[in-house]
Write a protein of this length. Structure first.
Length: 141
């Protein structure tokens, strides 16, 4: 995706659906200047890796992040750090097997992690303690 894909929409675009676009990575350079972006839907792509860098520029606005049905097998430490406004992170349909609290460094009192149909086999101590969590239909093999 070109870096200038959303040029001119920096102060007006508040919802962006990039589902089923065959993306292999988060187009963070194209998203970086979207100051009003509250909802980002990346459902059904081929994203297999994320990092805190992916959300740079979205710290003050992003409330809903949908990464459902991608190819995520592991989350890096502080995967969602720097997203103080986030309320929902949707990870359903990925290949996650373990989630550590350090990976979810967004404010736990606000975040809702949804992972139904993930393949989580291990939730480390404290992962769900402060989050509203939905792990229904987990490990559907």
């Amino acid at each position: 995706m070109p870096d200038e894909a959303f040029l001119g929409l920096e102060r007006s675009l508040w919802e962006l659906e990039l589902s089923h676009c065959q993306l292999t990575k988060v187009p963070n350079r194209a998203l970086r200047y979207l100051q009003k972006l509250r909802i980002l839907d990346l459902t059904g792509n081929e994203i297999n890796k994320i990092s805190p860098e992916n959300w740079r520029g979205l710290e003050g606005s992003l409330e809903i992040l949908i990464l459902a049905d991608n190819s995520l097998a592991k989350l890096p430490l502080d995967a969602f750090g720097g997203l103080p406004m986030v309320e929902t992170i949707d990870l359903r349909g990925n290949n996650l097997r373990e989630i550590d609290p350090a990976q979810m460094l967004c404010p736990p009192e606000k975040a809702f992690m949804t992972q139904p149909t993930c393949r989580v086999t291990r939730l480390r101590n404290g992962v769900v303690a402060n989050y509203r969590t939905n792990i229904a239909k987990n490990r559907e093999d």
